[in-house]
Structure formats: C-alpha cells, structure tokens
Design a protein around this ligand. Structure first.
Ligand SMILES: Cc1ncc(C[n+]2csc(CCOP(=O)(O)OP(=O)(O)O)c2C)c(N)n1
Ligand SMILES: [Mg+2]
Length: 330
C-alpha cells in the first residue's frame, strides 16, 4: 500500500470541505435509519457509514464532465457528486420528485445531468456500463474519466475480469475503484478470493494499480488524483483499491454473525470523520465552534431534504405502467 504522502498540514478550506462532505453523508444516512424504522422508507437500504472517505476523497479527482458508476451502496457517491439531498431522500421515500422519479429507491440513484449513471443492484453490473461509457468517450474524442466504484465482492464476478481485460486492451479511460470493505454480505474476503491483495489482480491485465488506506480521506484524494491524472492523459485504465470498512450491517437486517464486535470496534477507532477532525485539530485548523457550525449546516440540509421528500407527490396511479409496458399497437 502506498504510504500516505501527506506530511504538510492540509489546506484549511479544502480540508473543511472534505470534512463537511463526509458529515453530510453520515448525517443523511443516520436520518434514513430513523425514517426506515418509522416506515417512511422501505425496501433495501445499504448504508455507507464508515466508508465516507472513499467517495469524498475520490470525487475530488473528478470534474463535472467525468462520469460516475456506482453500486447499490451509493448514497455517499451521489451526495459527494452533488446530487441534491432532497432528490435523494425523495427517491428513498419512493416519491415522484426523487432523482429516479421514485422508481429506483436506494439502490438506483441516477442523474444524467450530473453524469451519475447509477446505482446498480447487480453485483459487478456497473463495470461493463462504465466500460461502455468510456468507450463512447474515447470514440468521440472526449478527455473524460469514468470512475467505476464496486465492492470486493464484485471481483468474484466474471464481469470484473471481462471489463478490466477489455478496458486495458482498448486503453479505455476508466478509473476502477474497488471499495474493499473485507466482506461481501456475510462472506469474508478470504472466503471468496484466492488472491486477497485486490490491487494485484490488475497485473493479469497489464494494468497499473495502487492500494490506499480507505479510512484516510487525504490519502484517498492524493491516490485518486495520481490515478485520474494517468487515466485522463490517455494511458488507459487504472485499478485503485481502497481498504475500508462498513460500520453497520450489510443492509438494514443482518445479524452480523460473520464478524466479531471487537473487529467492528477496532475499525470504528479509525472513523474517517474523527481521523480528519483530529488531524485538523493537531494543526490548529479546526475549533469546536467550526465543527458545531458544520454540524448545524448539515443538520439544516438533512431537515430540508426530509421536508422535500415528505411534501413530494406520489406518481399518479395512471402513470405506473409508463416506461414499463409498451402500448399495444394494432
Ligand atoms: C450478481 C449478483 N449476485 C448476488 C447478489 C446478492 N448480493 C447483494 S450484495 C452482495 C455482496 C456484494 O459485496 P461487495 O461487492 O463486497 O459490496 P459491499 O456490499 O461490501 O459494499 C451480494 C452477493 C447480487 N445482488 N448480484
Ligand atoms: Mg464488500
């Protein structure tokens, strides 16, 4: 794993932005837990809590013109990309003012204008989509990067190998970002991979790769910048493995029999939000008042998002078959 190359104090305004972005994701998701218990949100809900540094750090390396493909655990990527929290909350409610018109729910956030191409329920399903987006960009001469987030579990899928092979062969501009949180549902990495050093899988495709501490937003940002620079310059794809951990269950219901409470507690000591806050405090760049102000702003944003979802309309019943069935022609 590349050693963190951050020894100088981080630039204050930018570091506060990173802290705010991670707090937005954490507080948004904590609210969704409450709303789920209250029956306002139903269906699947995979939380990103603990992994916030990965989406926030990686997003700093991307421009508004780049594309993003994520998984069903994509609340963090969507918020960090700038999809409005209200449109996301409304989507979780199943309301028509949601980012996917209430038809996708938690696993299918989508926003073409922001080049956010899902949200996929199928493990590994986003990889070929990212490949297609990057192929289109290459053929059309756009100097864009497609960032493709996926879990360690996706490495067990054929699509992972097919996508990495073709991306390398055709020198496509994809930044493959593996969020290795050590588990695919209840299956530990060591039980589903013969090669657990995921970065090394890139060797089989003659693709450059790196691994980075996924709990350190500054390290991820630096690694993603290095990788995205190479990809953008036309060198083909790059595999970046972020070593991270989810603090909560796989989805809302999971007895978590596959890992110990001690292991979870150990990782919580490395909470990415606390880690950045401590670094900033050590450099006298963060006061209690700064943090309280950030928390207030984030709380207001989350409250407004809930209100937007509460007040949003349901899709009219007569529209329910629209885009689902084709009208019969004579
Ligand atoms: C093709 C496919 N197989 C199985 C599933 C069931 N499933 C849902 S999540 C999951 C685990 C995926 O783990 P990982 O890729 O590590 O992502 P994480 O949940 O850890 O973020 C599985 C097997 C699925 N959704 N799609
Ligand atoms: Mg995983």
């Amino acid at each position: 794993m590349t050693a963190p190359d951050i020894v100088a104090p981080p630039e204050r305004d930018h570091a506060l932005l990173l802290l705010r972005e991670m707090l937005r994701i954490r507080r948004f998701e904590e609210k969704t837990v409450e709303l789920y218990s209250a029956g306002k949100i139903r269906g699947f809900l995979h939380l990103y809590i603990g992994e916030e540094a990965v989406a926030v750090g990686a997003m700093q390396a991307l421009t508004a013109d780049d594309s993003i493909v994520a998984t069903y655990r994509e609340h963090g990527q969507a918020l960090a990309r700038g999809l409005p929290a209200g449109a996301l909350m409304a989507e979780l409610y199943g309301k028509a003012n949601g980012c996917s018109r209430g038809r996708g729910g938690s696993m299918h956030f989508f926003d073409v204008a922001r080049r956010f191409y899902g949200g996929y329920a199928i493990v590994g399903g986003g990889l070929p989509i990212a490949l297609g987006l990057a192929l289109a960009d290459k053929l059309q001469g756009h100097a864009r990067v497609t960032a493709c987030f996926f879990g360690d579990g996706a490495c067990a899928e054929g699509e992972f190998h097919e996508a990495l092979n073709l991306a390398a062969l055709w020198k496509l501009p994809v930044l493959f970002l593996c969020e290795n949180n050590l588990y695919a549902m209840g299956t530990a990495l060591t039980r589903h991979q013969s090669q657990t050093d995921i970065r090394r899988k890139a060797d089989a495709f003659a693709m450059p790769a790196d691994a980075v501490d996924g709990m350190d937003v500054l390290a991820i940002e630096a690694a993603a910048q290095r990788a995205a620079t190479l990809v953008r310059a036309g060198n083909g794809p790059f595999l970046l493995e972020a070593r991270t951990y989810r603090f909560r269950a796989h989805s809302m219901y999971d007895p978590e029999l596959y890992r110990t409470k001690e292991e979870v507690e150990q990782w919580k000591q490395r909470d990415p939000i606390q880690t950045l806050a401590s670094t900033l405090r050590a450099h006298q760049l963060l006061t209690d008042a700064d943090l309280a102000a950030l928390e207030r702003a984030v709380a207001a944003e989350v409250a407004a998002a809930v209100q937007y979802a509460e007040e949003g309309p349901w899709e009219p019943v007569e529209d329910l078959t629209r885009d689902v069935t084709t009208p019969r022609t004579a």
